[in-house]
Ligand binder design. Structure first.
Ligand SMILES: Nc1nc2c(ncn2[C@@H]2O[C@H](COP(=O)(O)OP(=O)(O)OP(=O)(O)O)[C@@H](O)[C@H]2O)c(=O)[nH]1
Ligand SMILES: [Mg+2]
Length: 252
């Protein structure tokens, strides 16, 4: 945990992202990210088992949440904070713990999150896990029921994260089982990723290379099939924006 941010809420309260780095020695390194007032500091405190970070204000009230005024444009300051957070956990975090309260996850929240994750490239998702806060609000409902009934935006997020999530109730930090469950999940992710951490520079280079190859392949196919994207057998060529950057041929 980088304690440089601890008890420094005068500064951190204006941040839309807040980052705390938790280092279980040795790895995994966790970078905790999320919108304002979603419970990031509380998650850090729960993991640490002590009040290292200030938490105040309404408990996850929706009017206090948000990424800023324009969900489609990520302010420069936010980007700088994000890169700064990444540099604090050099060579890179193993896990990005995305803090999402167990409340309605709206379409605009999804759009805002998507814009921010795009900065980190598509590859960031394989290092991302959702930490649901406000676990105490689940009551009799199971987390699976919540996900199933929460609508397509949360479904989208779950698919992006390959259903890697963990529920936390920060009102019961003495419950150490929830913390060990979270860290176990983080360890599993680390294994799934072959021990690799998130490395922004490398993922940017990979994305450039994938789109370069995709462009080149598309050009070659178009050249071969009189530039219309239609083959002589009537097969339409559809670009595939997946990470592998290949092309699919759709038979219709
Ligand atoms: N009931 C309940 N309240 C929570 C939980 N987690 C956080 N809160 C409350 O939500 C509010 C915001 O929590 P913080 O941890 O300060 O959230 P934050 O994301 O660090 O907020 P900023 O740093 O201002 O962006 C506080 O009042 C917390 O007590 C939880 O699991 N259950
Ligand atoms: Mg905070």
């Amino acid at each position: 945990m980088d304690n440089r941010n601890a008890k420094n809420n005068g500064k951190t309260c204006i941040w839309t992202f807040l980052y705390f780095i938790y280092t279980v020695c040795p790895p995994p390194r966790l970078l905790i990210v999320g919108q304002k007032r979603t419970g990031k500091s509380s998650v850090c405190n729960t993991i640490l088992g002590k009040d290292a970070f200030n938490t105040w204000g309404g408990a996850g009230q929706s009017d206090g949440r948000g990424w800023g005024t324009n969900e489609n444009l990520v302010p420069k300051q936010e980007k700088l904070e994000l890169f700064n957070a990444l540099s604090l956990c050099e060579p890179g975090p193993h896990i990005l713990l995305l803090v999402i309260p167990l409340q309605h996850f709206s379409h605009s929240e999804k759009a805002a999150l998507q814009k921010r994750m795009e900065i980190l490239t598509e590859g960031v998702w394989r290092h991302t896990m959702v930490g649901f806060t406000l676990g105490d609000r689940l009551h009799d409902c199971s987390i699976q029921d919540h996900i199933q009934t929460a609508g397509k935006d949360l479904q989208w997020l779950m698919e992006k994260c390959r259903y890697r999530y963990h529920v936390l109730n920060n009102k019961t930090p003495q419950d150490r089982q929830q913390v060990s469950g979270l860290l176990d999940r983080a360890e599993d992710m680390l294994m799934e990723n072959g021990g690799w951490h998130f490395f922004l520079h490398m993922y940017c280079r990979l994305e450039e290379e994938w789109s370069r190859r995709e462009r080149a392949m598309k050009e070659r196919i178009l050249e071969r099939h009189d530039g219309a994207g239609k083959t002589s057998r009537g097969l339409a060529v559809i670009p595939n924006h997946s990470q592998k950057g290949g092309l699919h041929v759709n038979d219709n």
